[in-house]
Write a protein that binds this ligand. Sequence first.
Ligand code: NI
Length: 190
Amino acid sequence: MAILKVARLGHPILRQVAEPIPPSEIGSPEVQRFIDDMVETMREYDGAGLAANQVHTLRQVAVIEVLANPRYADAPPVPLTVLINPVVTPLGDETEDGWEGCLSVPDLRGSLQRHLAIRVHYLDRHGEECDEIKRGLTAGTYQHEVDHLDGVLFVDRADPRTFATWEQFDRHQRDEFVRRVTRLKEELRW
Ligand code: NI
């Protein structure tokens, strides 16, 4: 396995649209090795997720995992998930404010609206079809990663007046955000 180089804001590949992977290629050693490398890279840099564009590859693959993450101490846990050719459909019109960051946008967080509930269709790393419903911050993480595959970054959707360095976020915004997420978790019972 290898740790891949992460593209930073300004690299054109972050603005390009990733191509679907033909299901017959998912089992190939090349695709499986790429998935392993993405997982290792996400873990190395404490990301909550990573999309293929971020490692200079225009294929529709993203990985998500939230365990005990020092970058996102307030986020609910999400087991390791590999998304291939994902399609997100919003469920209802409700949105929720959330703070996001991105390995491709160093030392910046911003607040933005995400759909509160989504349905996501994708193939897993074994080529199995998955159809799931996600809510709250977890739904936001899925939307963030699928946006990457469409060449969209969280800074495009955030109000620039909310931009904060991680240090300033910890000082001024984190407590209120953690309170709100805790309330949301209770409301959604997730
Ligand atoms: Ni990102």
